[in-house]
Design a protein around this ligand. Sequence first.
Ligand code: SF4
Length: 255
Amino acid sequence: MPKIPFPTKTVSARVAAAELALLEGAYPRAQTALTYRNPFELLIAVILSAQCTDARVNLTTPALFAKYPTPEALAHARVADVERIVKSCGFFRMKAKNIVSAATDLVTRFGGEVPRSREALESLAGVGRKTASVVMAVAFEEPALAVDTHVFRVAHRLGLTLGPTPRAVEEDLKRLVPRDRWAHAHHWLILHGREVCIARAPRCGSCVARELCPTPAIIRRMVAERVAAGPATTKAGRRAPNARGAATRPRRRSP
Ligand code: SF4
């Protein structure tokens, strides 16, 4: 399926508020899918989740925290031993090095505790703005709105932002969502991106925001242009999408 272009105009504030209310209604108890028991475990799990699924991280962390249950224990770990445990998470050498380094900093600079401030969190190895935002929002219920690839895509498709960077999208979303809902909005948008507004084939037909979202019209235009241009299959022979997010059936050839 070809890449679906993002809308080039944002929706009105009224429509944006209605779209967000629909998502909130669809995911009222949305929360992180990562398994953790304390801020330390959450921090390490979020670092490991970069370029990796939460499910894969959840399969990895029990063994990691069984062996290294505290920042002190992880700070004294041999990186090679940690690499073996986190190998299936991807980029495992860098992640193992980062989590041992972050644990060392927690012990030497923060008294063995995960700091609450963005500045302190972002000073830890492997922690950027997105990871810091997740830890602040989930572990400490601070007002923070992390923008990952799902949040970025869904916010654009809904016409909530034209921001070219995660930071710009974050600022736009913060203007649209009340401050006390920032942390929740992150989860609505992530869950919607994982379950419905999927990158290559959004399931617009079963989306709560389909009547308001500008992207189904973009998909319909794409399909019409492709039909007008010729056979409705991609180069790789995949089916082209329709506006409901379902693949169109290729025409049968006569025997
Ligand atoms: S209508 Fe389609 S493109 Fe818009 S948010 Fe829903 S699934 Fe995504």
